[in-house]
Design a protein around this ligand. Sequence first.
Ligand SMILES: [Zn+2]
Length: 100
Amino acid sequence: MKRRTSKQERKQIAKKHINELIDFSLNKKYPLLYRKKALNLAKRISLKFKVNSKFIDRYLLCKKCGEILIPGKNISIRLNKKRIVYKCFNCGHINRFQYK
Ligand SMILES: [Zn+2]
């Protein structure tokens, strides 16, 4: 059977879904558990369709334990040598990346 949608179209649809899920997870109206699930789903979609997920990896989810990151609540953010340092309180994972 022939696939109807091309690879690019599928990627675009995946991007749209991911953006919707990110919007959902940033809305504080919803319970934390659902927001976390939505983000994990977005991550899985990005892996399956090979869509860039830098934003999720860096700012929204802990790379190690998959916990949703809330500044001031479960992560600390420090600046050090032109780098942002995120520390997860749940698992102690430290994430560093450069900023400009
Ligand atoms: Zn963590």
